[in-house]
Design a protein around this ligand. Structure first.
Ligand SMILES: Nc1ncnc2c1ncn2[C@@H]1O[C@H](COP(=O)(O)OP(=O)(O)OP(=O)(O)O)[C@@H](O)[C@H]1O
Length: 640
């Protein structure tokens, strides 16, 4: 019978054979040890060797694939003994070469005892195809994955788009009333910028019914707008709000503008003041300085400047508890923290009549700041309390108890339950939705799907004002730029970078100011401490110059260390050009609009691209030219 053994098995057999041979030689030399009477074995030591051989053999067998139909093997120990006793002294090589030798297959207990020549070949292992790497998707395809389809289909707007504002009866496509257009001309605005041209038709539909203050059955869609700094985003929401609200009869809180800083609140309030004058809004006292009637428009600001009780009395009638709440203002411009205070703690303060919720400018920053989960609280307060109770909210979210206290108003249909039993749903209540339209503006719009989802946008539409020369790109590169956070800069901005040794930064800055005419400048540092140090150093330099008869430049620090009134005064002096250089931290890097700023210097590099975009955006606004200088330390260059 021919058998086939694996080379490894042969080697083991060889080893055992050699061992036995050696022992036999020993026995020949020394007197033979008596075999065990009972077992017939030669000695204990031989037994031990046999055990080792068995263990080796067992290992070998385990490493071999055992076929399913493997026949029962003979008992190995006995077979081994038989083999070792009966083996002639032959050359090992001969034994291993002679496949006909019956000894070897028996001794190793071959795992595949062959039965016929056709079964000699081992069963082939199943074949699996080699793994291959799929082609990597392109960067753009990856960037667009999982995005809101509305963002992918964003409306692209060329920055060069403008629309003339006529003064006659014909609105020229602006959708603005005659009075408002006249008011715009009065303040020197004769055409709409790109972002305004794109947004006004969406926010002021031609059909009068779509401009209604209550659209519970056909609620308006929300808008997200990405446009460069200084491109006129403020007017893009101020104009439609004034135009829409000017039709209202009863004063209710209908527009809420949430801003990250007090300075921005003041700035936006001024824009509302300037444009709402003469539009027929009801006469009311403005909340700026207590007891001081500045104008007669109904615009409130809640920023924490005044005592809380003072703000409350300016915003609402505190008693008695009124159906639908109460409001002395139509438009509220505020910071998030103070807003939550009023939602929670001011009786009769209600958002159920809200028509516009604007989270402007720094939507990304506002969303980044938790502010007691302000957005969720505001959205909850603008909805029917019944619908909030029934809905699944995040486990951390607790709607303010006050919104359940406020009684719904018959003129806010989404709030009013026809049966006056809020917990019993009816088909009528299900269909009605809040009329609040959310408007989100930023130069650095977030692409974070989680953050966008947290806004609870309703059928959102995106507008992107960016790079007109890319219109023909099939990949919609403007959308990609937003998605991949490649922010667009104003076209009139010139950017410069100076690489310096850190010890020479003050000198280089001093050189720029006097040799590159860097005045009317905002200089950004990394901290309040760094701000005051640079100002002191600069004043020291200027003193030295004045000793030589040269008129010194006025440099001031603007930081969070200063009290509010001082900050306001400094900003006013800078606006009126009494201060030539304002050194500040990132406190005023966002949204502040000072027309004569011709230079922005990043004395310390900003920590991220968003900060850079907002910093340099303080110049080159509204089509004016501007320069941005960034001083980069040598080690910072290496790092990037
Ligand atoms: N249609 C217009 N015609 C002339 N000037 C305009 C027009 N629209 C806006 N401006 C002016 O452009 C400047 C910048 O406007 P705005 O502050 O709204 O920009 P922005 O896009 O909000 O900038 P940022 O993102 O930095 O806040 C302001 O001084 C504003 O008065």
């Amino acid at each position: 019978m021919t058998t086939v053994t694996t080379p490894k098995i042969k080697t083991n057999a060889k080893k055992r054979y050699l061992k036995k041979k050696k022992e036999r030689r020993k026995l020949k030399k020394a007197p033979a040890s008596r075999p065990n009477a009972k077992t017939g074995r030669e000695s204990d030591s031989e037994d031990a060797d046999d055990d080792i051989s068995d263990a080796e053999e067992k290992k070998t067998k385990e490493s071999q694939p055992t076929p399913k139909s493997s026949p029962k093997r003979p008992k190995k120990k006995r077979a081994d003994q038989t083999v070792s006793e009966g083996l002639p002294e032959v050359n090992v090589d001969e034994a291993s070469m002679n496949v006909d030798d019956p000894v070897i297959p028996v001794s190793v207990g071959s795992p595949n005892p062959p039965e016929s020549s056709s079964e000699k070949k081992p069963k082939p292992l199943p074949f699996f195809p080699l793994p291959t790497l799929p082609n990597a998707p392109s960067k753009s395809a990856l960037a667009l994955q999982g995005l809101d389809q509305a963002l992918v289909n964003a409306q692209l707007v060329s920055p060069s788009t403008t629309l003339a504002i006529p003064t006659g009866q014909d609105d020229g496509g602006t959708r603005l009333g005659e009075k408002l257009r006249k008011r715009l001309h009065d303040i020197g605005i004769s055409e709409l910028f790109a972002v305004q041209t794109a947004l006004l038709p969406s926010l002021l539909p031609a059909a009068e019914s779509s401009r209604s203050l209550y659209l519970s059955y056909y609620p308006p869609c929300d808008l997200c707008v990405s446009a460069p700094t200084g491109s006129g985003k403020t007017l893009a929401y101020v104009l439609p709000i004034i135009e829409t609200l000017s039709t209202r009869v009863v004063t209710r809180l209908r527009a809420l503008i949430v801003l990250p800083t007090r300075d921005l609140v003041s700035q936006v309030r001024e824009t509302f003041e300037a444009l709402s004058r003469g539009t027929g809004l009801k006469v009311c006292r403005l909340v700026v300085n207590p007891g001081n009637c500045i104008n007669k428009e109904q615009i409130g600001t809640a920023t924490g400047h005044h005592s809380f009780s003072h703000e409350q009395s300016q915003l609402v009638n505190l008693t008695p508890c009124l159906q639908g709440g109460s409001s002395k203002v139509d438009i509220l411009i505020c910071t998030p923290g103070r807003l939550i205070d009023h939602i929670v703690g001011t009786p009769n303060f209600s958002l159920q009549h809200l028509r516009f919720l604007v989270s402007i400018y720094e939507a990304d920053r506002l969303l980044a700041q938790s502010f007691q989960d302000w957005l969720a609280q505001v959205l909850a307060a603008a909805q029917n309390p019944g619908s909030i109770q029934g809905r699944e909210q995040s486990p951390d979210f607790k709607p303010p108890a006050s919104i359940f206290d406020t009684k719904p108003d018959a003129v806010a249909p989404c709030m009013k339950h026809p049966l006056d039993i809020p917990n019993i749903p009816t088909c009528l209540t299900e269909r009605k939705q809040s009329s609040c339209q959310k408007l989100l503006f930023s130069a650095t719009l977030t692409r974070d799907p989680g953050k966008i989802a947290s806004l609870g946008l309703r059928n959102p539409r995106y507008f992107i004002v960016q790079g007109s020369d890319k219109d023909t790109d099939p990949l919609r590169s403007e959308v990609l730029d937003v998605v991949m956070e490649k922010f667009s800069m104003p076209e009139t901005l010139s950017e410069h970078m100076v690489v310096v040794e850190s010890s020479k930064k003050p000198l280089v800055f001093f050189y720029l100011v006097h040799n590159r005419d860097v005045t009317n400048a905002l200089v950004f540092t990394k901290s309040a401490e760094s701000t005051s140090r640079l100002v002191r150093l600069f004043e020291f330099f200027e003193e030295a110059r004045s000793d030589k008869g040269l008129s010194p430049l006025v440099v001031r620090a603007y930081s969070s260390d200063l009290p509010n009134h001082e900050r306001k005064a400094i900003l006013e002096q800078f606006r009126s050009k009494q201060i030539h250089i304002l050194v500040c931290s990132d406190l005023i890097s966002r949204g502040i609009d000072i027309t004569h700023v011709s230079h922005v210097v990043s004395y310390d590099v900003p920590v991220d691209m968003r900060k850079y975009v907002h910093r340099v955006g303080r110049t080159a606004r509204a089509g004016r030219a501007g320069d941005a200088w960034t001083l980069v330390e040598e080690q910072e260059v290496k790092r990037h």
